[in-house]
Design a protein around this ligand. Structure first.
Ligand code: SF4
Length: 363
């Protein structure tokens, strides 16, 4: 299999990409654009699956976790967002520590390993709120893995509390943060970002915050929002910037493409993605990001059937049970907001792969 990989590929340009992969030569930006536009998804998948097997054999990861979206009140009100509210909106909410504790206790009945925490940029919350939240979660379940707050939130906490972001990290790590989820990356290029999320921190700042997090020993995910107004070149640029930072820090565990859902947002997607679009994104990411160990397809975003198919196109992590997911469902995702562990295992084993339960740390 190893030696004859290029022989299995019909497309001459993809054959050259396969040769680079075989010889551990990073593919370049033009290769990325080609992969993101090719119709030849089977050849593309052969290369991506080869890399996935080289890294993980037939192991496929999944998690058992809950989502905690502590508030939907957000100062930024990004056009891409269906989740956020103004303070006086009738749907606005902010969870109290007691409510958070109750949610943790309820979810603990499902034997969760991890809690995934993100929320809006609420102008009245001080760092105390977050420290209390984290300590309360660890008190309910001391061995829980806390994956908390995007780079956008950390930057906001630092500004609001007039503290260096390093100090914010130090305090929240002490209170219980184990890893970062990787949201808020969207598309780094300012010509796209200025339209879909004009008030959000720049792509450069997002990468700086991640550099600090990695330097402080935190492992993180990196995301990318696709299928809105971006072009293949913007995606190639986004992947390149992640790969460059990873060369420096090795702090990214997982790359997570997120399919844009437009309902209740101010951005109109081109159209719903086709299966070919999704395959191209995930397989190209697997091939381009040779230095990022995991590629995750959140079944809740792409649908469980497509997530399962993507396991043959470079994906090695199908996401988690996500008890109580709010963000993508606010934007119209039709998947249930909770998949049982047996449901996720069935998707994996039906693809002749071996399920392995894990957390964001993959330990
Ligand atoms: S995407 Fe995040 S930062 Fe932007 S409005 Fe929504 S919650 Fe706020």
């Amino acid at each position: 299999m190893t030696e004859n990989l290029p022989d299995k590929i019909q497309d001459t340009r993809l054959q050259k990409i396969a040769e680079k992969v075989l010889n551990n030569i990073p593919v370049d930006r033009e290769d990325a654009v080609y992969m993101l536009t090719t119709e030849n998804i089977l050849d593309l998948g052969t290369i991506a699956h080869f890399i996935r097997n080289r890294l993980h054999n037939d192991i496929t990861y999944y998690g058992v976790n809950m989502n905690l979206n502590y508030t939907n009140i957000c100062e930024l009100r990004c056009p891409l967002c269906a989740f956020s509210c103004d303070k006086d909106d009738e749907n606005a909410y902010l969870l109290t520590t007691d409510e958070i504790e109750k949610r943790l206790q309820d979810a603990s009945a499902f034997d969760i390993d991890e809690v995934h925490i993100v929320g809006g940029l609420h102008p009245d919350l001080t760092l105390d709120y977050f420290e209390t939240m984290l300590r309360c979660i660890k008190a309910v379940k001391p061995d829980i893995h806390i994956v908390a707050f995007t780079a956008v939130e950390y930057d906001y906490f630092a500004k609001k509390n007039r503290m260096p972001v390093e100090d914010v990290f130090a305090q929240l790590i002490d209170a219980g943060v184990d890893a970062l989820p990787g949201g808020g990356a969207e598309i780094f290029s300012s010509d796209v970002r200025d339209i879909i999320a004009p008030k959000k921190i720049s792509g450069k700042r997002w990468l700086e915050i991640m550099r600090v997090a990695h330097g402080m020993g935190l492992k993180t995910n990196a995301t990318m929002l696709y299928n809105h107004i971006e072009k293949p070149d913007h995606i190639a640029d986004h992947l390149l910037q992640i790969r460059n930072l990873q060369d420096e820090t090795s702090g990214f565990k997982t790359f997570v493409p997120l399919q844009f859902h437009e309902e209740n947002t101010k951005i109109r997607a081109r159209e719903m993605t086709t299966g070919y679009d999704d395959v191209r994104i995930y397989a190209s990411a697997r091939i381009f990001l040779h230095n990022v160990p995991h590629i995750k397809a959140l079944w809740m975003y792409v649908g469980e059937k497509m997530a399962q198919v993507l396991l043959m196109f470079g994906v090695d992590d199908i996401g988690a049970t996500y008890h109580n997911e709010k963000v993508v469902h606010a934007a119209g995702a039709r998947t249930p907001d909770y998949g049982s562990e047996s449901f996720l295992k069935r998707l994996i084993t039906a693809a002749q792969l071996k399920p392995e339960r894990t957390t964001a740390g993959y330990q």
